[in-house]
Design a protein around this ligand. Structure first.
Ligand code: NAP
Length: 269
């Protein structure tokens, strides 16, 4: 089995990554960043996001495993003190995996007929850099509303615990094949009106944002931030591609949510 180890730059993750490397070499695994079967990330959810984009062209052949050097994350099933158990699981690997939905983003520009496509694991967010963003929001090619505000964000189910949650979005179980549209500071008054609530869009539907004001936008795709000149339209839909995680252990999703956001329950009498 060929394994790639991807760590973030913190001294702690580098140390854990080195320890894991030694253990894998002792067990005769092939360590390579080129065409691996399994990518093991050491760091946090952000490290996994980074690795996802590095191997985005190999999603059919690559499975991911996340080791967290802090608390348990949403893309990370292993803690840094569990390396021996992880190596044992890799040795006993049966190629089983669990997969999660991804977001497909298609970008159109006013000065070109060509479109650009990319994938997000957490979300895509569009913001106007200069003025209030004005966008016609289409759902499955039907005009739904005229949005005015700071921006609009569309997230995957696994991204629902990230930026989407800060925007007031619902937390979605990763088995729900849907995407979620969230407003960023919408203007709602007697003149301007948009729904003002998060919307869950079904698997066979898509969202199109036709940008109406200016041509200087900022596009956030997961941890990437890009200035986009002449951006005119953004189409967002659940991708046919999915990210695969090696399913060596199962962490109950709602326990993970509780652990990340609530913590120990204190019963009040
Ligand atoms: P970052 O500082 O690397 O990450 C921000 C935090 O989001 C980190 O604590 C990270 O966890 C956590 N995170 C990432 N994916 C998550 C997920 N699916 N569920 C729950 N928590 C998650 O920020 P960045 O590099 O700019 O952007 C990475 C992601 O962070 C973005 O995709 C966005 O969703 C999120 N973010 C959220 C806000 C916000 O809530 N206001 C602002 C900026 C970015 P780890 O510590 O485990 O890496």
């Amino acid at each position: 089995m060929k394994i790639a180890i991807v760590t973030n730059e913190s001294p702690e993750s580098t140390k854990v990554g080195e320890a894991l490397k030694q253990k894998l070499i002792e067990e005769a695994f092939i360590l390579t960043l080129t065409n691996p079967d399994v990518v093991v990330t050491v760091g946090g959810d952000g490290t996994l996001l980074n690795a996802f984009h590095s191997y985005v062209d190999q999603l059919e052949s690559v499975r991911f495993v996340g080791v967290h050097t802090g608390h348990l994350g949403f893309y990370t099933d292993w803690r840094d003190y569990e390396l021996d158990e992880l190596v044992k699981s890799l040795k006993e690997d049966t190629s089983e995996s669990v997969s999660y939905p991804l977001l497909e983003i298609e970008l159109s520009y006013s000065d070109s007929d060509e479109t650009k496509k990319c994938l997000a694991l957490n979300e895509a967010t569009v913001k106007n850099l200069d003025k209030t963003m004005v966008a016609e929001v289409y759902i499955k090619d039907e005009l739904f509303e005229m949005f005015r505000g700071d921006g609009l964000s569309v997230s995957t189910p696994t991204g629902s615990t990230a930026y989407s949650k800060s925007l007031g979005g619902a937390v979605l179980h990763p088995r729900v094949n849907a995407i979620q549209l969230n407003e960023v500071a919408s203007i709602n008054n007697r003149v301007y009106r948009s729904l003002g609530s998060p919307m869950i869009i079904a698997q066979d539907e898509w969202i199109r944002l036709d940008l109406k004001r200016g041509d200087n936008y900022q596009l956030h795709i997961d941890h990437f931030v890009m200035n986009q000149e002449n951006l005119s339209s953004v189409r967002l839909q659940l991708s046919e591609k999915r990210i695969q995680f090696a399913s060596y252990r199962h962490t109950h999703f709602w326990r993970r949510v509780n652990d990340a956001f609530i913590g120990e329950l204190r019963r009040k009498d």
